[in-house]
Every structure is written in structure tokens, then in C-alpha cells.
Design a protein around this ligand. Structure first.
Ligand code: ADP
Ligand code: MG
Length: 696
């Protein structure tokens, strides 16, 4: 096979198993594999040898520093660079990297949000190597993926609970598989995150304080053209964007991130990048790297990459679909098989998922709640805030038949020995992609579509993994000791019972419709409309018990997460309100004042020489009224923001930001946008939607 640039460079900056195998003595390599694959504890001698091999490899690739790379509660990644140098005492240096430096780091944790955890435990944080995610080199820094925990063991980051949830799910899923007679070594989740983003000119971005400070436009009247012509989706990619995408691909490939698909999205200037799926926590690490590269590399092309969920009103916002499945060794457990027993196993996992989503809809909703995502969910461009599961015609008819105890279902199905309907091969192509569903079966995986474009996907996957673990646990416990036909009959009965108990969460219709909202209420499904509504589920005693049972998060950790998310929500809206007040007073009012002043002068001059200037006079009045309205709305927002910021209780503060500050922001925006329509272009202080969204 001939080599080419891509195959040669792919993974060249990734410290893969092959790299380590090449450089480590056999016994050390084997010991390391037991740590990586079987979760054995890491011995310091082994760590020293691994660190040495990693350093040699990194130095050959030009690295000068190393960094523990971690994901504090902000969701984005953090790193502090330390060089490899050790002075020898004679003015020269050695390049060193010890096992201790590999496995443990001590960032000054005091400046990361902890939701009060550090105060509670008086614990400093440390970072611990996650050997399941390979180290990589970024800008001459050897980055070691790590978890961030307190000295008393509390999770201070997004990754630790995910790793714990993955363990819980693996343990419970293996029990299920053992009952089916499968002895597997590894069960892991697979995740494929589809990342949406906008690209605009960097100069436009720099000229908009709202984009720079908050990531979204807080003002801007409707552009003359939006996405109504439906010409952007999958359209030809413009040369500047294409050059950018090529560089992103090349950089990601070097890091071993399997970037696969790129295309234009629905909104003007919106795009998407989807990788090939990988093991769960690795896929999330790679998504974070992808987001970082998108942002950084855009500047090489005079572009700014916007990852906010709603950078622009009037056109679609950006999400991140979380494609999720379960994999036992190499077999996808959500892939219906050809044999009845495989079908039965598939149906068990399917029922487990349906039940998991129904039982923990509140937590799932919470896991995607953020100030940014509140602008999308339920806004007829993204799934509603109500969680439901979409199965597609074929699977839905099978599930219906199981629920109603009907032996045969549709023409496509045969009634097989075990009483399990044979699942048609066409299942995969038959899922008619209901884009309005938050949680859709797409042939051999589920797609959770509520996630926000800028979020770290750990949160939703912690919920999913733990909730499915709980169902696997229930199944394995109920069926323990059963064998042969008894087992098959009992398993099928469990599937039916479980589907019956959670049927209410299955919905095949239009999730954007008002009828669904009413129907969901009748079904007793939660409809948590905004972040302040969704966050308290984190500290609901039933959810605390659920997470504690599977050792994913304890009560203190959950409370900390709740506080930290509430603080983040309040701080973000506070910054948005501050930015609006600043822009209104410093940019819009002066601009409108100048324009109306110039008009007034013109009206006066014309009056002197007897020219009728009725229209200009009316426009001057309109602009002056507009200025008055803007000033009043600004003062009102400023006042409400100050009052709200002073509230001590985090929940009350969030409620007030949502209830009092957001509406005041909307009023100020409306007042400014109404004037943008009439203000001369040369006077208007910032780039408009018409220019930002449509550039070449
Ligand atoms: P779409 O039509 O939604 O773009 P694709 O088939 O292109 O669907 O897949 C979207 C994403 O789903 C990709 O990132 C892909 O790698 C991922 N995916 C496919 N199979 C699985 C799986 N078994 N587990 C997790 N993700 C998967
Ligand atoms: Mg998709």
C-alpha cells in the first residue's frame, strides 16, 4: 500500500499505544496495558519508564514543555505549561520528565469554579493522568489528559464523573451480557459528536463588543435575507472557508482526531464538522480539541469561529448532536442482529434506553441547560425542552406489538421461536430522521440532539451512562439464575414490562408542535423550559440517591455542580446585560444622536431656504423618540441587573435573571433594533446582520 501525506501524518502528534510499545520494554508495556485496559493501579516504577519514553518521543517531535490537560467545571480545557528543563549546575540543562510528573500535577486550583467544594473540604486540587486517553503534542507541549480531583477525592472537573459513569455502565452491561452467555473483556460507549459553528470575518467580529465579550450578538435587526432560500445547507463551500476547513482537518488528523465530514449548515455562514465515533471519554477529549482548533485556526484565515449556541437571532443556532451507542469488544449492542437471541439482547438494551431516558428526563434536560442553549431549545429550530424518544416506523411498530402482546406485527416481521420478532435488516435505513425529536434511534445508535454547540459533552453522557447502568442492573438482578428457555421468556417479559412502564416517553410525531406540549403534560413528562427550571434536578434527593448508588457523584459533588452551574448562568447573563448597557450608552446613543443632529441641521437649513423637509423632520423626531426609548430601556436594564446581582441565593438569583433581566434585555434590544432600521450606514457603529452573515 502506497503512503500518502494523510496516512503518514495521521496521529503523528499522538502518543499512541504503538509508540509506547515501540519504546518500552515488553514487561513494562504489558503492565501499562493492564492499567489502560483493565484499570489496574499504576506502579511508580512503571510510570517512570512510561514518562521517560513519552518524553523521548515528545523531544523528537520538537516538544519543550509538558502540561496536564484537564476540564474544570467551566467545561473548557485548561493547561499550565512546564518545561522539561532541569539545570545541571554547570550552566547547562537536561530535559527530564518523571513518573510523578506524568501521573500527578498540582495546578493552583483556587481560581477554578468548584461550587464551594474546596471550601467544604479545604482540599487543594490535583490532576491525575487518565491513561485511557493518549497524550498528544500541541504547540510544542506534551499534553497529558488528566482528571481534576480534590485531595479528598471529590471530582472538580467534567471528566471524573464521566469515567466513573463509564465504569458503572461497563460493570452492569457485562452482567447482562453474561446472562446472554457472552464473556466480553470490554464494554464501552461510543460517541460521535457533530459540531456546528459559524464563521464570520474576523474584522466584523472585532467590531462587535457583544460577540467579543459574550459570543453572541445582543443587538441586530432582521437581515433582508435569512435562511429562507435553503441554499446554504450542503451548498458549495466558499474558498476561504474551504482553506480553513482543510487546515482544521490536517491539524486534527495529526492529533489522531478522526475528522470525517464537513459541510455547510442551514443558516448562512453556519458549518458542521463530524468525526468518526470513538470510545466515549476519548471522543469528548477529541471534541474539545476540535473546538479549540476551530477557534484558533480561524484567525489564520481572517475569520472568527463562533461556537455559541445562538450567535444570531432570526437564523438557526448551533447544536452538537451526541451520537451514542454501546460497544462490547467490537460488537455494537444497538445493532439488531440476525438471530432471535441477538434480537432479544438488542431489545433488552433498547428497552433499557427507553426506560433510562424516561426515568431521568429531568437530569438529561439539566445536562444540556445553559444560558446559551436556552435560546435554542423549544424555539422551532432545535428539539423542545421536553424529552422524548423517537424510534422510527419499523421499530415503533415492533415496540407497539411487544407492549400490546401481539404476536405478529407488520408485514416486515416474522414471528420467531423465542417469541421475539425478527428485526428487519432495513431498520437502519428506515429511521425517518425525525429532526424534531430530542432523542432519536438512528439505525444502530441513539442521537441526543439537545446538546449545545459550545458545551462539554460529559454532562449528558454522565446521565445517559449511569441511567443505562441502572436499567442493566435492574435486568441482571431480575434475571439472575435463569437459564435457557426460562431466561428467554423472562427476558422478553422484562422487555415488555419495561416498555409498557415507560411507553409515555416514546413519541413519533412533530416535537415542534403545540399539540405535543399539551400531550406531554397529559403524559406527565417534565417540561423544564429554562436553565433555572432545570438545574434543581441536580440536587433532587431521588437523583442524589441514583448517582450515589453507582458511585458517580455524591451529594456534596452534586451540590457543588448545581451551585457552579447556577453561578455560571447568572454570571453569563450579568455580562450580557453589562455589555448591552455599555453598547447602548457608548455606541448606539451617540451614533443616533449624531445622525439625528445632522438631520436636524439639514432640516433647519432647508427651512431657511424654503424647502419642504417634512419627511426628514419626521425622521428626526422618530430618531429622537428612539433615543429616548433606548435611554429609558438602558436605565431599566441597568437597575434590574444591579438588583439581581445583589441576590445571595443562587436559585433566586437565576430566577431573577431569567424573570426580570432577560425581558429587560429584550426590550432594550427591540428599542435599538427599531432604530437600526432607520439609521444611515455611515453612522451605525457596528457591522449589521446583512454584512456579517453574508460575506465572501
Ligand atoms: P447524520 O445523518 O446524523 O449526519 P451519520 O451517519 O453521518 O448521521 O453519523 C453521525 C455521527 O454518528 C458520526 O459522527 C458517526 O461517526 C456517528 N456514529 C455512527 N455510528 C455510531 C455508533 N455506533 N456510536 C456512536 N456514534 C456513531
Ligand atoms: Mg446527526
Amino acid at each position: 500500500m502506497g503512503k500518502n501525506k494523510v496516512t503518514e501524518e495521521y496521529g503523528s502528534l499522538l502518543c499512541t499505544e504503538a509508540v509506547l510499545q515501540d519504546r518500552l520494554p515488553k514487561p513494562t508495556y504489558r503492565a501499562l496495558m493492564r492499567v489502560m485496559k483493565e484499570g489496574e493501579p499504576l506502579d511508580l516504577d512503571i510510570a517512570n519508564e512510561v514518562a521517560h519514553a513519552m518524553k523521548d518521543w515528545a523531544l523528537e517531535k520538537g516538544a519543550t514543555h509538558f502540561a496536564h490537560w484537564f476540564q474544570p467545571l467551566t467545561g473548557i480545557t485548561s493547561e499550565k505549561h512546564d518545561s522539561f528543563i532541569t539545570p545541571k549546575g554547570d550552566g547547562s540543562v537536561l530535559m527530564t520528565f518523571s513518573g510523578k510528573e506524568l501521573v500527578q500535577g498540582e495546578p493552583d486550583a483556587s481560581s477554578f469554579p468548584s461550587g464551594g467544594l474546596r471550601a467544604t473540604f479545604e482540599a487543594r486540587g490535583y490532576t491525575a493522568w487518565d491513561p485511557t486517553s493518549p497524550a498528544f503534542i500541541k504547540d510544542e507541549v506534551l499534553c497529558i489528559p488528566t482528571a481534576f480531583i480534590s485531595y479528598t477525592g471529590e471530582a472538580l472537573d467534567k471528566k471524573t464523573p464521566l469515567l466513573r459513569a463509564q465504569v458503572a455502565l461497563e460493570t452492569q452491561a457485562k452482567r447482562v451480557l453474561t446472562l446472554f452467555g457472552h464473556d466480553v473483556t470490554k464494554v464501552s460507549t461510543t460517541i460521535g459528536p457533530e459540531q456546528e459553528y459559524f464563521l464570520i470575518k474576523e474584522a466584523d467580529y472585532q467590531a462587535r463588543p457583544d460577540l467579543v465579550l459574550t459570543g453572541r450578538t445582543l443587538f441586530g435587526c432582521e437581515p433582508a435575507k435569512g435562511q429562507e432560500l435553503e441554499e446554504h445547507y450542503f451548498g458549495a463551500i466558499r474558498p476561504t472557508v474551504n482553506a480553513f476547513m482543510k487546515e482544521v482537518d490536517a491539524e486534527l488528523w495529526k492529533l489522531g482526531v478522526p475528522a470525517k465530514t464537513k459541510h455547510n449548515e442551514v443558516a448562512p455562514s453556519q458549518h458542521e464538522l463530524a468525526p468518526i465515533f470513538e470510545q466515549g471519554s476519548l471522543a469528548i477529549d477529541d471534541n474539545l480539541l476540535t473546538m479549540e482548533k476551530l477557534k484558533l485556526l480561524a484567525t489564520h484565515h481572517g475569520l472568527a469561529c463562533l461556537e455559541h449556541e445562538k450567535p444570531f437571532e432570526y437564523v438557526n443556532g448551533s447544536g452538537k448532536h451526541n451520537n451514542w451507542s454501546l460497544c462490547a469488544d467490537d460488537k455494537n449492542l444497538l445493532e439488531p442482529g440476525a438471530e432471535p437471541s441477538e434480537n432479544l439482547q438488542f431489545l433488552v438494551f433498547l428497552a433499557a434506553l427507553v426506560a433510562a431516558v424516561d426515568m431521568h428526563a429531568d437530569l438529561l434536560r439539566q445536562s444540556v441547560a445553559s444560558a446559551g442553549n436556552d435560546h435554542r431549545l423549544g424555539a422551532n429550530e432545535a428539539p423542545p425542552a421536553i424529552i422524548s424518544v423517537f424510534l422510527g416506523d419499523e421499530l415503533d411498530s415492533i415496540v407497539e406489538a411487544l407492549i400490546n402482546d401481539e404476536p405478529t406485527v407488520s408485514h416486515a416481521l416474522l414471528h420467531m421461536d423465542l417469541g421475539v420478532p425478527a428485526l428487519p435488516d432495513v431498520l437502519q435505513d428506515n429511521t425517518d430522521r425525525n429532526r424534531t425529536s430530542p432523542f432519536a434511534f438512528t439505525g444502530n445508535k441513539f442521537e441526543f440532539r439537545m446538546c449545545g454547540s459550545q458545551q462539554n459533552l460529559s454532562d449528558p453522557n454522565v446521565v445517559l451512562d449511569t441511567a443505562v447502568a441502572e436499567q442493566c442492573d435492574a435486568f441482571a438482578t431480575a434475571l439472575a439464575g435463569k437459564e435457557g428457555e426460562d431466561f428467554a421468556a423472562a427476558a422478553l417479559a422484562w422487555v415488555k414490562e419495561t416498555l409498557r412502564a415507560h411507553q409515555r416517553v416514546i413519541f413519533e410525531g412533530n416535537g415542534y408542535s403545540d399539540e405535543w406540549e399539551a400531550e406531554a403534560v397529559r403524559r406527565g413528562l417534565p417540561n423544564l423550559k429554562s436553565t433555572p427550571d432545570a438545574l434543581p434536578s441536580l440536587i433532587d434527593p431521588k437523583n442524589v440517591a441514583f448517582y450515589e448508588k453507582y458511585h458517580v457523584l455524591n451529594e456534596a459533588e452534586l451540590r457543588a455542580r448545581y451551585i457552579s452551574k447556577a453561578e455560571q448562568y447568572a454570571k453569563l447573563i450579568n455580562i450580557e446585560a453589562n455589555t448591552m448597557v455599555y453598547m447602548a450608552r457608548h455606541l448606539y446613543v451617540p451614533a443616533l444622536s449624531e445622525y439625528s443632529g445632522d438631520l436636524a441641521t439639514s432640516v433647519a437649513t432647508k427651512a431657511e431656504i424654503g424647502i419642504d423637509a417634512t419627511a426628514e423632520r419626521a425622521l428626526t423626531s422618530k430618531l429622537t423618540e428612539g433615543i429616548n426609548a433606548i435611554c429609558a430601556a438602558t436605565d431599566d436594564l441597568d437597575g434590574r441587573n444591579a438588583e439581581t446581582r445583589a441576590i445571595e441565593d443562587p436559585q433566586r438569583e437565576c430566577d431573577a435573571y431569567r424573570g426580570a433581566v432577560l425581558p429587560a434585555m429584550e426590550r432594550l434590544r427591540a428599542a435599538v433594533d427599531a432604530m437600526e432600521e432607520f439609521c444611515g450606514t455611515d453612522y451605525w457603529p457596528v457591522p449589521t446582520y446583512n454584512t456579517m452573515l453574508f460575506w465572501v
